[in-house]
Ligand binder design. Structure first.
Ligand code: THU
Length: 129
């Protein structure tokens, strides 16, 4: 599963629209039924309207009715493996909770972390009760 998910993230990366930064990212999110939702970063000339690969994947999944997630793979071409940005960590926490996060590069280097370790002491809906 991890290998398939990593490969899906690497393939999704090829669809990145990153003419401004040149930094291509892919993501692949698996739900509990093993269905996989992919995303790539989609940049905009305003810069600020750019959406990261992780958020594209999760919003695709949510909008198609998926709700329970198991893990996400994030692919970028860096030796120091690229983790999700802060905004994506917040969104991932909201919809996925403490999932596994697999970081991978095209040369087969990878590392698996838990979102809780990447995003300690999160703000979430519990504060709104
Ligand atoms: N980016 C992602 O898509 N995901 C990450 O985890 C880090 C950053 C994108 C946003 C932007 O298009 C480019 O990478 C450079 O920041």
């Amino acid at each position: 599963m991890d290998k398939l998910l990593s490969e899906a993230a690497l393939r999704a990366r090829e669809h990145a629209h990153a003419p401004y930064s040149g930094f291509k990212v892919g993501a692949a999110l698996a739900d509990i039924t093993a269905r996989v939702y992919t995303g790539s970063n989609v940049e905009n000339s305003t810069y600020g309207l750019t959406v990261c690969a992780e958020r594209v994947a999760i919003f695709k999944a949510i909008s198609e009715g998926a709700r329970k997630f198991v893990k996400i793979a994030v692919a970028a071409d860096t030796e120091n493996l690229t983790p999700p940005c802060g905004a994506c960590r917040q969104i991932l926490w909201e919809f996925c909770g403490d999932i596994e996060v697999i970081l991978v590069n095209p040369r087969g280097k990878s590392e698996t972390l838990r979102l809780k370790d990447l995003f300690p002491r999160p703000f979430d809906e519990k504060f709104l009760e």
